[in-house]
Design a protein around this ligand. Structure first.
Ligand code: ATP
Length: 212
C-alpha cells in the first residue's frame, strides 16, 4: 500500500527551506508521494501574494522533483481554508486503510491548538513534526493539550507505524534557515534571493513584480 504525505502551508512564496524539509521527510517517512497543499485563504493570516501566484510558484518549484506534487484543493475551495476539511476529503479519497501523514514544522505544531477542530486531525492522518536536531519542544512549556498528545500519541520510528492515522512522530531534519518572511523582506530591500528560492520561482517573482 502506498504512503502519502501532505505538507500544508501558505507558501508565500515557496522557498528552499520548504523543499529541503519535503525531500528529507520523503526519506524519513518512506513516502511514495509528498503533496504540497497550499492554503487558499488561510484564516489566520493575510498572504501577500494571491493564491494563483502562490500556486504557480509551488508548481514551478516542484517541476524537477518526481516525488513531490501539488494538491490544489485548498486554492480552489471557496471560503477560509481549514486543514480539517482537507484531511477529511483526503482520507475519503485514499480509503480507510492507507497510511497518511500530515507534515508541519515545529513552529506550526506549537500553534496547533488554534486550528479549527484540531483534536480531530489525528482521526484522519498521522502528524509528522519536522524538527531541527536538538530543537527541544520543551514538553514542560507546552500547553497541556499538546503535552498530552506527545505523551499518548508519540511514536519513535515512523516506518514502524502500521496504522493509517492517529500517531505523532518528531522527525529530525537538517535545518535550512530560510523563511518566506525573509524572502519577502529581501525583495523589498532589492536584495538577491537566488540562494533562497529555486531559479524558476525567482524568475516568476520578478516577471510579475511580486512582493515589491
Ligand atoms: P512565513 O515566514 O511567511 O511565516 P514560512 O517560511 O514559515 O512563512 P509557511 O508557508 O508558513 O512558510 O510554512 C509551511 C510549513 O513549512 C510550516 O509548517 C513551517 O513550519 C514549515 N517551514 C517553513 N520554513 C521552514 C524551514 N526553513 N525549515 C523547516 N520548516 C519550515
Amino acid at each position: 500500500m502506498k504512503t502519502h504525505g501532505y505538507f500544508g502551508g501558505t507558501f508565500d512564496p515557496i522557498h528552499n527551506g520548504h523543499l529541503s524539509v519535503a525531500t528529507q521527510l520523503v526519506e524519513s517517512l518512506g513516502l511514495d508521494t509528498l503533496w504540497f497543499l497550499p492554503a487558499g485563504d488561510p484564516w489566520q493570516r493575510q498572504p501577500t501574494a494571491n493564491k494563483e501566484d502562490r500556486l504557480n510558484m509551488v508548481k514551478l518549484a516542484l517541476n524537477t522533483y518526481p516525488l513531490l506534487n501539488v494538491d490544489e484543493r485548498e486554492v480552489h475551495r471557496h471560503g477560509p481554508t481549514y486543514t480539517i476539511d482537507s484531511v477529511k476529503e483526503i482520507r475519503h479519497e485514499h480509503g480507510l486503510e492507507a497510511p497518511l501523514w500530515f507534515i508541519i514544522g515545529a513552529d506550526s505544531f506549537l500553534n496547533l491548538t488554534t486550528w479549527r477542530d484540531w483534536q480531530h486531525l489525528l482521526d484522519y492522518v498521522h502528524i509528522a513534526i519536522a524538527c531541527r536536531p536538538n530543537y527541544d519542544l520543551k514538553k514542560e512549556q507546552l500547553p497541556p493539550a499538546l503535552r498530552s498528545i506527545l505523551d499518548n500519541k508519540l511514536e519513535g520510528d515512523p516506518k514502524l507505524i502500521n496504522t493509517p492515522s492517529g500517531k505523532v512522530s518528531i522527525i529530525p531534519i537538517i535545518e535550512s534557515p530560510v523563511s518566506a518572511t525573509q524572502v519577502r523582506e529581501c525583495i523589498r530591500q532589492h536584495e538577491d534571493i537566488r540562494s533562497l528560492v529555486p531559479l524558476s520561482v525567482n524568475h516568476y517573482i520578478h516577471q510579475y513584480h511580486l512582493y515589491q
